[in-house]
Design a binder for this molecule. Structure first.
Ligand SMILES: [Fe+2]
Length: 183
């Protein structure tokens, strides 16, 4: 499976533009993270791109979300490693996160929401002028984007990244695809 095929499958299964943007943002951060950690950028990026492919198909049913996704991506030709990361990113299944890829996807997932929310409260609603330190401040304000799990983002410690570096890396990665994100 190449990136074009992966993106086509995402678009075929997901109508919500914001959800597609969330997956693009996750992909960008996963690629940057793989580079930082000396991992396979294509594998990590495509895992990020595909991770919520079943959200609309499962219509919010958390007991099937990510199970269907893992099966779907395997049909598309994804590796077992990729499918496991997708499967275990939904905590509802109680499947332990074992590999670095599992752990990375889990902490990156909510980071895209925090960064997007931080961009949207700016007067220009753009990522360009946003600074990591401002996101870190908002990370500490529990009332800001309250649905974003700080605990989950903090699990970047499991892939040996300090929170500040993780947020900075995420911001730079999303800035790199700002046009695609409309931010
Ligand atoms: Fe997600």
């Amino acid at each position: 499976m190449n990136r074009k095929e992966a993106l086509n499958s995402v678009k075929a299964n997901v109508e919500d533009k914001n959800l597609v943007k969330h997956m693009l943002a996750t992909e960008a951060i996963m690629r940057a993270l793989a580079k930082r950690l000396g991992e396979d950028g294509e594998e990590w990026g495509l895992t990020g791109l595909l991770h919520d492919i079943d959200v609309e198909l499962t219509a919010g049913d958390m007991s099937s979300h990510s199970k269907l996704g893992a099966d779907l991506v395997k049909e598309l030709g994804a590796s077992e490693t990729m499918a496991h990361a997708i499967l275990s990113h939904n905590e509802a299944h109680g499947i332990p996160r074992e590999t670095k890829l599992d752990k990375a996807l889990f902490c990156v997932d909510p980071l895209t929401g925090l960064i997007t929310a931080a961009a949207l409260v700016r007067p220009d609603k753009k990522l360009a002028g946003l600074e990591a330190k401002s996101i870190i401040k908002k990370f500490k304000q529990k009332s800001f984007a309250a649905g974003v799990s700080r605990e989950q983002i903090s699990l970047c410690s499991e892939i040996e990244l300090e929170l500040g570096e993780f947020i900075e890396l995420g911001l730079r990665a999303m800035q790199g695809i700002a046009d695609d994100l409309g931010l």
